[in-house]
Design a protein around this ligand. Structure first.
Ligand SMILES: [Zn+2]
Length: 420
C-alpha cells in the first residue's frame, strides 16, 4: 500500500489484520496504524467501539478521515429520528400578527399557532420568551420551598394568627407559576394569548389581596389597629382585585387600536392596589422618619421591597432597554425579563418583612385583639378567587365563542413557514 494512502486512525478491539478490511498495526515506527482495504467481495469490517480512539493525521489523512467517518456512520446506524428532536421554528416581528408583537423585540418569536407540545418544547429553546418563562418558574420553587419550611415550623391548621401568612405564601407561589404558564402557552393562538394573560393578571390581583391581608394583620401601624381602615382593609382590597382584574383584562382589547391608552390602563390597574396595600407601610416609615420607631429587621426588608417595587413598575412602564436599541435585547436583557426578576426579588424582601413583623409583633397584636378571622383571610381569598374567575370567564367567553372574529388572525407568511 503506498504511503499516501496510509492513514493511521484506529487502535482498538477491531484493530486486527488479516484478509478482511480493518485497521492493523505495524506501519512506520509503531506510532501509527495502517488501513487495509477489504478484498473484492468482502464487506468492510468495522472495528468495535470498545476502547479509546486515537487519531493521528498523516499524509492524505484528511480524505481518509472523511472516509472513516462515512464508514462509522454506516456502522453505528444510530436511530437518527430519536436523536434529532425538531425544535419549533422562530420568526421575526413582521412574520407574526400584531397581537403577538412586543415593542423593541425584533426576532425570536414563536409560531402564533403553536401546539401545546411546541410551547412546552420552546421553553427549552432560546426564543424571546424563554427567559420570561424561567424567571418566574424557578422562583415558584423557591417560594414553595420557603412555604414548606414555614409549614414545618408554624401551625397553619389551628393557629389563626398565621392564616394571613398562609394566604400570602399561597399567593406568592401562585402568581409566578401562573405567569410562567401564561408565557409558555401564549402562542397557541391569539385567543389563547389573551386568555393566558387574563389568568396572569388575575393571579397578580389575588397577590395584591394577599399583600393586603398580611399587611392588615401584621404590618399595620400600632396607632391604626382597630380603626375603620383596619376593619375595612380586606373588604376594600377584595374590591380592588375586581377592579384590577377587570381593567387589566379590558386593556388587552385596547392594545391594538390604542396602545398608549392600553398601557396606561394596565399600569394603573396594578399600581392602584399596590398603593392602597402599602399605605400602612408608608405611614410606618413616615413615623420612623419622625423618630417614632426603632429600626428593625422588618422595616429594612420592607424598604428593600419598596425599592424593587418601584423598579418593577419603572421597567414595566418604560420598556427599557429594548426601546433604545430595538433587536439587541430580544433574547437576553429586555425589560419584561428584568421586570420579572425585579418583581421576584421584591417579593422575597416583602416576604422577609412580613415574616419578621409577624414574629416580632405577635404578642402586641394578640394583646390588642387584632386576631385574624377565618372569613377575613381564607374566606376572603375564596370569595375573591371565585369573583375573579368570574371576571376572567366574562372576558374569555367572546374569545372562546367566536375566536376568528374576536382576535387577530396570524399572517399567512408565518403559517406557511410552519408547513415547510
Ligand atoms: Zn410576564
Amino acid at each position: 500500500m503506498p504511503d499516501t494512502r496510509v492513514f493511521p486512525v484506529w487502535r482498538g478491539g477491531g484493530a486486527s489484520g488479516g484478509g478482511g478490511g480493518g485497521w492493523s498495526q505495524g506501519w512506520g515506527w509503531g506510532r501509527c496504524l495502517r488501513w487495509e482495504p477489504a478484498g473484492p467481495g468482502e464487506g468492510a469490517q468495522v472495528p468495535a467501539f470498545d476502547c479509546p480512539v486515537w487519531l493521528v493525521l498523516c499524509r492524505g489523512g484528511r480524505a481518509r478521515l472523511r472516509e472513516v467517518c462515512q464508514r462509522g456512520r454506516g456502522a453505528i446506524r444510530l436511530p437518527t429520528d430519536m436523536l434529532s428532536i425538531k425544535l419549533p421554528q422562530l420568526f421575526d416581528i413582521h412574520q407574526v400578527p400584531k397581537v403577538f408583537r412586543e415593542d423593541g423585540i425584533i426576532s425570536g418569536y414563536r409560531h402564533p399557532r403553536s401546539s401545546a407540545m411546541d410551547c412546552l418544547l420552546s421553553s427549552f429553546q432560546m426564543n424571546n420568551e424563554t427567559v420570561n418563562i424561567w424567571t418566574h418558574f424557578l422562583p415558584t420553587w423557591y417560594f414553595l420551598w420557603r412555604f414548606s419550611v414555614l409549614c414545618s415550623t408554624l401551625n397553619f391548621l389551628t393557629d389563626s394568627y398565621t392564616w394571613p401568612l398562609l394566604v400570602y405564601m399561597l399567593l406568592i407561589c401562585v402568581y409566578p407559576f401562573t405567569s410562567s404558564c401564561a408565557h409558555t402557552f401564549s402562542t397557541m393562538s391569539p385567543e389563547s394569548r389573551h386568555i393566558c394573560y387574563f389568568f396572569d393578571y388575575g393571579a397578580l390581583s389575588l397577590y395584591s389581596l394577599g399583600c393586603a391581608i398580611s399587611y392588615g394583620s401584621y404590618v399595620m401601624p400600632d396607632c391604626w389597629v382597630n380603626t375603620w381602615l383596619h376593619q375595612h382593609f380586606v373588604p376594600i382590597a377584595i374590591g380592588n382585585t375586581l377592579l384590577c382584574t377587570s381593567l387589566s383584562c379590558y386593556s388587552r382589547f385596547l392594545e391594538l387600536q390604542f396602545p398608549h391608552r392600553s398601557k396606561v390602563v394596565r399600569t394603573g390597574a396594578f399600581v392602584f392596589p399596590f398603593l392602597f396595600d402599602t399605605v400602612p407601610l408608608f405611614y410606618r416609615l413616615l413615623l420612623c422618619c419622625g423618630g417614632n420607631c426603632s429600626p428593625s429587621e422588618a422595616l429594612s426588608s420592607h424598604c428593600y421591597h419598596l425599592l424593587f417595587a418601584f423598579l418593577t413598575c419603572f421597567l414595566f412602564a418604560s420598556h427599557l432597554p429594548e426601546r433604545l436599541a430595538p433587536g439587541r435585547f430580544d433574547y437576553f436583557g429586555h425589560s419584561h425579563q428584568l421586570f420579572h426578576i425585579s418583581a421576584v426579588v421584591g417579593t422575597h424582601f416583602q416576604m422577609e418583612g412580613v415574616i419578621a413583623d409577624m414574629t416580632s409583633r405577635r404578642a402586641w397584636l394578640m394583646a390588642h385583639g387584632a386576631l385574624p378571622s377565618f372569613l377575613g383571610t381564607i374566606g376572603a381569598l375564596a370569595i375573591s378567587l371565585v369573583l375573579n374567575l368570574g371576571i376572567i370567564g366574562i372576558f374569555s367567553a367572546p374569545l372562546l365563542g367566536n375566536p376568528h372574529q374576536s382576535a387577530n388572525q396570524p399572517q399567512a407568511s408565518a403559517c406557511e413557514c410552519k408547513e415547510q
